[in-house]
Design a protein around this ligand. Structure first.
Ligand SMILES: [Zn+2]
Length: 109
């Protein structure tokens, strides 16, 4: 696996997520600010602050997972399960680049 490419991918995704977070925050303060396109529909359905809070929480969670994955790449622990220390497996990491546990630990959670 090309760790450099994965790191770059994760960094790009993190930038995208913080950009969205910022737009959601702006929209929360000033309703006239447009929402990111893919959230607009969701938000219109409920039309209240709770939706935005939920979206913001989701973004924050994913951002956190990505930042953790980047730190694990830098610490050369990217391939190791944080729960049992066994390899996470390339297939799993390809499907979920910020997975931090192997499939058997993840299914126990
Ligand atoms: Zn494990």
């Amino acid at each position: 696996m090309d760790l450099e490419a994965i790191r770059e991918q994760l960094t790009e995704r993190a930038a995208e997520l913080s950009d969205r977070q910022e737009r959601v925050a702006r929209h929360t303060r000033h309703r006239e600010e447009p929402l990111p396109q893919d959230f607009a529909e969701q938000a219109v359905e409920l039309e209240n602050g709770e939706t935005l809070v939920a979206i913001d929480r989701e973004l924050a969670l994913e951002l956190q997972q990505i930042e953790r994955a980047i730190r694990r790449i830098d610490a050369e622990q990217y391939f190791d399960c944080t729960a049992c220390g066994e390899p996470i497996g390339e297939e799993r990491l390809q499907a979920l680049p910020y997975a931090n546990s192997c499939i058997s630990c993840a299914s126990k959670e």
